[in-house]
Design a protein. Sequence first.
Length: 121
Amino acid sequence: MTRILIILSTTLLTIACTRTKPLDEGRAREILESALKDSTDVLTNTHTNLIDDEETAVNFAEAVLFNVYGKRHIENEMPYNVASVDGYWIITGTVHAQLGGAFEIVFNSRDGQIVRSTHYK
Protein backbone atom coordinates (compact mmCIF):
# COMPACT_ATOMS: atom_id res chain seq x y z
CA MET A 1 0.00 0.00 0.00
CA THR A 2 2.82 2.40 0.90
CA ARG A 3 4.56 1.65 -2.38
CA ILE A 4 1.38 2.46 -4.34
CA LEU A 5 1.03 5.79 -2.50
CA ILE A 6 4.64 6.69 -3.26
CA ILE A 7 4.20 5.86 -6.96
CA LEU A 8 0.93 7.80 -7.10
CA SER A 9 2.46 10.81 -5.33
CA THR A 10 5.48 10.79 -7.65
CA THR A 11 3.25 10.58 -10.73
CA LEU A 12 1.05 13.46 -9.57
CA LEU A 13 4.10 15.58 -8.72
CA THR A 14 5.59 14.92 -12.16
CA ILE A 15 2.34 15.90 -13.89
CA ALA A 16 2.03 19.06 -11.80
CA CYS A 17 5.61 20.10 -12.56
CA THR A 18 5.23 19.60 -16.30
CA ARG A 19 2.15 21.83 -16.31
CA THR A 20 3.92 24.67 -14.50
CA LYS A 21 6.94 24.94 -16.78
CA PRO A 22 7.80 28.48 -17.87
CA LEU A 23 6.10 29.53 -21.08
CA ASP A 24 8.72 30.17 -23.74
CA GLU A 25 8.12 32.63 -26.58
CA GLY A 26 7.73 29.91 -29.22
CA ARG A 27 4.98 28.10 -27.31
CA ALA A 28 3.33 31.43 -26.43
CA ARG A 29 3.19 32.33 -30.13
CA GLU A 30 1.63 28.95 -30.95
CA ILE A 31 -1.06 29.47 -28.33
CA LEU A 32 -1.74 33.01 -29.58
CA GLU A 33 -2.03 31.94 -33.22
CA SER A 34 -4.36 29.10 -32.28
CA ALA A 35 -6.52 31.40 -30.14
CA LEU A 36 -6.81 33.99 -32.92
CA LYS A 37 -7.87 31.34 -35.46
CA ASP A 38 -10.27 29.44 -33.20
CA SER A 39 -13.43 31.19 -32.04
CA THR A 40 -14.79 28.28 -30.01
CA ASP A 41 -13.55 29.60 -26.67
CA VAL A 42 -16.06 28.72 -23.97
CA LEU A 43 -15.91 32.08 -22.21
CA THR A 44 -16.46 34.32 -25.22
CA ASN A 45 -19.18 32.15 -26.75
CA THR A 46 -21.50 32.06 -23.78
CA HIS A 47 -23.93 34.54 -22.34
CA THR A 48 -21.99 34.62 -19.10
CA ASN A 49 -20.67 38.00 -18.03
CA LEU A 50 -17.08 37.83 -16.90
CA ILE A 51 -17.47 41.20 -15.23
CA ASP A 52 -20.81 40.80 -13.54
CA ASP A 53 -20.66 43.03 -10.47
CA GLU A 54 -19.68 46.60 -9.66
CA GLU A 55 -16.61 45.72 -7.60
CA THR A 56 -15.12 43.63 -10.40
CA ALA A 57 -15.96 46.35 -12.94
CA VAL A 58 -14.18 49.01 -10.87
CA ASN A 59 -11.14 46.74 -10.36
CA PHE A 60 -10.99 46.09 -14.11
CA ALA A 61 -11.31 49.80 -14.94
CA GLU A 62 -8.64 50.75 -12.39
CA ALA A 63 -6.22 48.18 -13.82
CA VAL A 64 -6.55 49.82 -17.23
CA LEU A 65 -6.70 53.44 -16.09
CA PHE A 66 -3.85 53.22 -13.55
CA ASN A 67 -1.60 51.93 -16.31
CA VAL A 68 -2.55 54.73 -18.71
CA TYR A 69 -3.00 57.77 -16.43
CA GLY A 70 -1.32 56.76 -13.18
CA LYS A 71 -2.81 55.42 -9.97
CA ARG A 72 -2.68 58.69 -8.01
CA HIS A 73 -4.30 60.68 -10.81
CA ILE A 74 -7.23 58.27 -11.16
CA GLU A 75 -7.72 57.80 -7.41
CA ASN A 76 -8.01 61.59 -7.11
CA GLU A 77 -11.20 61.28 -9.16
CA MET A 78 -12.98 59.17 -6.55
CA PRO A 79 -15.77 58.57 -5.94
CA TYR A 80 -16.33 56.90 -9.26
CA ASN A 81 -19.70 56.97 -11.00
CA VAL A 82 -20.62 53.44 -12.07
CA ALA A 83 -23.50 52.20 -14.21
CA SER A 84 -24.33 48.98 -16.02
CA VAL A 85 -26.36 49.49 -19.20
CA ASP A 86 -27.30 46.86 -21.80
CA GLY A 87 -24.32 44.62 -21.04
CA TYR A 88 -21.76 47.42 -20.77
CA TRP A 89 -20.11 49.06 -17.78
CA ILE A 90 -19.78 52.83 -17.88
CA ILE A 91 -17.46 54.28 -15.25
CA THR A 92 -16.48 57.93 -14.89
CA GLY A 93 -14.41 59.88 -12.45
CA THR A 94 -15.59 62.80 -10.36
CA VAL A 95 -14.29 66.29 -11.08
CA HIS A 96 -13.30 68.02 -7.83
CA ALA A 97 -12.12 71.37 -9.20
CA GLN A 98 -13.52 73.86 -11.68
CA LEU A 99 -10.57 73.23 -13.98
CA GLY A 100 -9.80 69.81 -15.32
CA GLY A 101 -11.81 66.83 -16.31
CA ALA A 102 -12.33 63.22 -15.45
CA PHE A 103 -11.84 59.84 -17.02
CA GLU A 104 -14.51 57.88 -18.81
CA ILE A 105 -14.29 54.20 -19.64
CA VAL A 106 -16.88 51.96 -21.29
CA PHE A 107 -16.39 48.22 -21.64
CA ASN A 108 -18.32 45.05 -22.41
CA SER A 109 -19.36 43.14 -19.29
CA ARG A 110 -19.28 39.84 -21.19
CA ASP A 111 -15.62 39.87 -22.23
CA GLY A 112 -14.05 43.11 -20.98
CA GLN A 113 -13.54 44.57 -24.45
CA ILE A 114 -12.97 48.31 -24.06
CA VAL A 115 -15.27 50.43 -26.22
CA ARG A 116 -13.94 53.79 -25.02
CA SER A 117 -11.29 55.03 -22.63
CA THR A 118 -10.66 58.74 -22.44
CA HIS A 119 -9.83 61.54 -20.07
CA TYR A 120 -11.46 64.92 -20.54
CA LYS A 121 -9.61 68.17 -19.84
